[in-house]
Ligand binder design. Sequence first.
Ligand code: HGY
Ligand code: MN
Ligand code: MN
Length: 416
Amino acid sequence: MAATGDNLRINSERLWQSLEDMAKIGPGVAGGNNRQTLTDADGEGRHLFAGWCKAAGLTMGVDSMGNMFATRAGTDPDALPVYMGSHLDTQPTGGKYDGVLGVLGALEVVRTLNDMGVRTKHPIVVTNWTNEEGARFAPAMLASGVFAGIHTEDYAKSRKDLDGKLFGEELQRIGWVGDEAVGARKMHAMLELHIEQGPILEAEGKSIGVVTHGQGLWWLEITLTGKDAHTGSTPMNMRVNAGLGMARITERVHQIAMSHQPNAVGAVGQVKVFPNSRNVIPGRVVFTVDIRSPEQAKLDAMKGEVIRAAHAVAKELGLGCEIEDVGHFDPVTFDPGLVKIVRQSAEKLGYSHMDIVSGAGHDACWINRVAPTVMVMCPCVDGLSHNEAEKISPEWAAAGTDVLLHSVLEVAGVVG
Ligand code: HGY
Ligand code: MN
Ligand code: MN
């Protein structure tokens, strides 16, 4: 068996080829991906991933939420497994690396251990979490949330997409309802490799982000009810314009986030206008406010301010206003012991690194509730993500996966 010393590296060309091959499934219209959860493209991507896992000698398990777990045996079958992984589903106009690098980087770690004949005490599991994005079915990180006991399986399977399709039925339709009880698996640790999706690492010239924390999030779905009317013949003082309400609240969300700088963000990303006709004043608008901060007090304060602002605008314009929490998690502190291992791995491998707080939410944020968890990040060009132009370099992908490899070896224990 080869030494697992500092010179052990993954096969960067093989990793990059796997990323390119997966990107061919569910292509976007501008060079990225549209492989939304539980679509046929998601099903196709799952089959490709499962075939690669089989070729790597892994044993596949699937739970009732479609979470995929590919296991490489350890020498101690009683030792709890070390999990790695992320998600293969993408945004409608997503990039090729968000989530995918974490799943295929984990697979590359296993492929490298196979090549080098390295054995570990703990089993190692490569994971694909269902519906991390929450783009088609809110909330985000849905299946890892059920796994961690945050959501019930019934709640998750009752979630509807914009066409009224149910999560549970779509999972059944693509044939990925597994026989394992979701959440039954116990973990020794979970490590997630992910692109930063922000500009800090590239701006600081660092190859590795050692993720110490994750910011918290609220998704507030607001429904404003006014009155459909003719955009031409209805006098301005007789309008009950839900579209105007949405616009004013969107501006208030921005102002509230700006008033809590630094470490606060807010935006409205999804808007459904009814009847969405050019010459009809919108009688109903449904939109989601996304606010985030790594500081609990700021996150809570912003939520309160957004809710008050929404009701004040609605009152001003004579609109009905209903607000529903459709996504939430508090700021996350990852396992200090694992953070130290990731930092030491980057140091040992000679990769420039810095501690960082994750701006985006990840499955690791929920798994952190049930097992010691940490993340490793690599930069992305201009910090751009959730955009088809998302770009990373093969060198960054390899650096992140090398750090994942050495961190997992440290946690899983090399035998022999
Ligand atoms: O919304 C998020 O932060 C993640 O990309 N799902
Ligand atoms: Mn992601
Ligand atoms: Mn994402």
